[in-house]
Design a protein around this ligand. Structure first.
Ligand SMILES: NC(=O)c1ccc[n+]([C@@H]2O[C@H](COP(=O)([O-])OP(=O)(O)OC[C@H]3O[C@@H](n4cnc5c(N)ncnc54)[C@H](OP(=O)(O)O)[C@@H]3O)[C@@H](O)[C@H]2O)c1
Length: 324
């Protein structure tokens, strides 16, 4: 049987992405076939379309041409069929999760890449969650050791990762300062930020205010400026932003952490079933509500990726694949 999918076979601009009819996948014994209702775009998609930075090609994604033919990591949809060893799901279940290949009408994924979709959240909202929210969760909880009452600052608070970081930090009882540009201040307030800083007007690293935990979700400040803005035992966790911010966190962070009691470092998220289930609870409790900027149909994945690549999304960009 055939299905529609956004396919690519060479690196380049989003123009290399083509809507094609391809073979519908058959689930292996441990896999679930999901009829995709919604997917979402992550920065990883546009990096993998372009094969840039080059380092990404050395990470197993294909040196000269892409190994993954169908991008899209975030999935929300309905279980169509299950492999013979699948224990957790049955046809008809609504699920969300993370696995490459969601820019398609169907996807076959290992069962441990999925959890049941929260009933109070739409497919589109669920598809916005996996990569961005779990990145924020693991940065704040696992690397940042977030505690109630702490002063937490999120830089890049208005994007995909940042809008989840603000809400997750609030769910831990932190006092949250969100850094974004002028036009997005009201939005970050509306999702719970206690304080907002407009980065076009004020450099928070120069204000004299100190934070127990700083999550750099986007943007750039020199790592030593971030260090100045930390309280004496403060923690800085970088998950995204400019290449300079990335290299400083990866290379200098561990060295700086050896001096004094402030800790600085980089976190790569590992999307796992346990944390998808953790997010499900926050969504069901109404503590987190995905912020959706734009919705595009499957045929317009290239436009959606171009939009995200401009770097000014207000929350998440979602692909509506098939209304159920
Ligand atoms: N480590 C990991 O495992 C992991 C996982 C997922 C993503 N990432 C990385 O995390 C980064 C962010 O991802 P995302 O999905 O949140 O991206 P995104 O949605 O594209 O981020 C866009 C947002 O960033 C804001 N922004 C841009 N420049 C800024 C600056 N100088 N200061 C503060 N905010 C700024 C924009 O606000 P304005 O328009 O107002 O400027 C916009 O709201 C990317 O670099 C991505 O590669 C890492």
């Amino acid at each position: 049987m055939k299905m529609k999918a956004i396919v690519y076979t060479k690196y380049g601009s989003p123009d290399v992405l083509e809507l094609k009819e391809v073979e519908r996948p058959t689930p292996k014994d441990n896999e679930v076939l999901v009829k995709v209702h919604a997917a979402s775009i992550n920065a990883a998609d546009w990096h993998l379309v372009r094969g840039k930075p080059f380092l990404i090609r050395l990470m197993g994604y294909g040196l000269l041409k892409p190994k993954i033919k169908i991008l899209g990591a975030d999935i929300a949809g309905r279980v169509e069929a299950v492999g013979r060893n699948v224990k957790q799901f049955q046809p008809g279940d609504d699920v969300y999760g993370c696995n490459w290949g969601s820019f398609a009408e169907y996807i076959a994924v290992p069962e441990d890449a999925l959890v049941l979709k929260p009933a109070n959240v739409t497919f589109e909202e669920s598809a916005a969650v996996p990569m961005a929210a779990v990145t924020a969760l693991q940065a704040l909880r696992d690397k940042g050791h977030i505690q109630p009452g702490q002063k937490v600052l999120i830089n890049g608070a208005s994007g995909g990762v940042g809008t989840f970081a603000v809400q997750i930090a609030k769910s831990y009882g932190a006092e949250v300062t969100a850094v974004c540009s002028s036009g997005k201040l009201d939005m970050v307030r509306s999702i719970g930020a206690d304080h907002v800083i407009d980065y076009t007007q004020e450099d928070f690293t120069k204000s004299g205010q100190r934070y127990d935990l700083i999550h750099a979700a986007n943007g750039y400040h020199p790592i030593l400026d971030y260090r100045c803005a930390l309280s004496p035992k403060g923690i800085y966790v970088m998950t995204g932003g400019s290449m300079a911010q990335l290299f400083q966190a990866m290379l200098l962070g561990p060295l700086i952490s050896m001096i004094g009691s402030k800790k600085m470092g980089f976190k790569t998220a590992k999307i796992c079933q346990k944390d998808l289930a953790f997010m499900k609870e926050l969504l069901e409790a109404g503590k987190v509500k995905p912020v959706i900027d734009r919705r595009y149909p499957l045929s317009e994945v290239p436009e959606a990726i171009r939009y995200l690549e401009e770097g000014h999304a207000r929350g998440k960009v979602v692909i509506s694949v098939e209304p159920l």
